[in-house]
Design a protein around this ligand. Structure first.
Ligand code: SF4
Length: 346
């Protein structure tokens, strides 16, 4: 087996041509995903996380969008292959599920028909085989009485059932990578936990990798192996789920953490707003909202990511040589990711 990651993204930069000038949505990010791994990209709305995932499979409309950098899937460059080859990979080896299944489904066709069509496009199956597989998938994602529900239209499914059906559609082709963009945001907390449990189970069963985008650290704790914290198109911090929850190193991650219920959860989120993506500030993008910002933070480009411990990196000047990192370390914030994960499983 090759040592190459399943997905390797290097210096990904996505911009949009707008009336206000060039809008920089993603500004030179790198990350990779190993086989069977769940990587979560977390950040507030507008941080660039959705555009980053949509740039991977070129869902981003070009123009007005422009995507630069390298995206390699199983060693193959996705930015240079033709549209037909990309379509084959998309929906077959890489599947997407979205925040709002309502919008992603076709309301004039039954749920079963939509799964069957996806199967027939990508696999050499008869109508009967496709139907049997669709019923099996609906059953597997927890739709009771799947054979009868096969003929239901989307409006006959609840929000949670629709998201389960979307997952069934995504799994129909046995993808290697599932990209899930805020898959539980529209659902209530109980159903959200059930869907995340389902994704965890299916990942074990199907051996796929998951790239999950969310604004919610609670979701991250429940499902992630590794975490990438994005802000204003840049990566602020990355590490495994334990490093991020037990020792959040970057002031932005810490600010997100303080919004969690156990820290008093500020329902309004972090104070202030993200910078204008057509005119990002010099230096650290988070400086205008950072309680530790110093004059050095507002010059040059975003600080380089510094490795704090193996696999745990933060983009903050206080981790650079000559600075005192204790200024930005917050011992009161460490929370046991194990406990969070176990609590979420209950
Ligand atoms: S570089 Fe400065 S502004 Fe940015 S997170 Fe660190 S302390 Fe805050």
């Amino acid at each position: 087996m090759s040592d190459e990651p399943l997905l390797e993204v290097e210096n990904l930069r996505t911009t949009f041509d707008t009336d206000q000038g060039e809008l920089i949505a993603v500004d030179g990010i790198d990350f990779s995903i190993e086989q069977g791994e769940t990587v979560c990209i977390v950040g507030e709305s507008g941080s660039g996380k959705t555009v980053a995932t949509e740039s991977i499979t070129r869902i981003v409309p070009i123009p007005p969008g422009e995507v630069d950098g390298s995206v390699r899937f199983k060693g193959q460059g996705l930015q240079s292959i033709d549209d037909e080859a990309l379509r084959d990979i998309r929906g077959d080896q890489i599947a997407h599920i979205f925040q709002n299944p309502q919008e992603a489904m076709n309301h004039v066709y039954t749920i079963g028909w939509q799964i069957v069509e996806g199967l027939k496009i990508h696999q050499d199956v008869t109508d009967e085989e496709a139907r049997a597989k669709a019923v099996e998938l609906l059953d597997r994602v927890g739709i009771a009485n799947a054979s009868a529900r096969f003929n239901d239209y989307p409006h006959e499914f609840s929000g949670g059932q629709k998201q389960r059906a979307m997952i069934a559609m995504a799994l129909a082709t046995d993808p290697d990578l599932l990209i899930a963009d805020e898959p539980t945001t529209a659902l209530d907390v109980t159903v959200q936990a059930q869907i995340l449990d389902l994704l965890n189970e299916l990942q074990d069963e199907f051996g796929m990798s998951i790239l999950l985008v969310t604004h919610d650290l609670g979701v991250v704790a429940q499902i992630a192996d590794r975490v990438i914290v994005m802000y204003s198109g840049k990566v602020m911090e990355r590490g495994d789920v334990y490093q991020i929850f037990e020792e959040p190193a970057h002031p932005y991650t810490q600010a997100l953490m303080k919004c969690l219920p156990e820290f008093g959860g500020n329902a309004g989120g972090i104070q202030g707003t993200l910078p204008d993506p057509t005119d990002p500030p010099d230096g650290c993008r988070f400086a205008p909202r950072c309680e530790h910002a110093a004059s050095d933070c507002t010059v040059g480009d975003q600080p380089a990511e510094i490795e704090i411990e193996p696999g745990h990196l933060a983009s903050c000047i206080y981790y650079q040589q000559g600075y005192d990192s204790s200024v930005v370390q917050n011992d009161d914030l460490g929370t046991n990711a194990n406990e969070r994960t176990e609590a979420a499983d209950d």
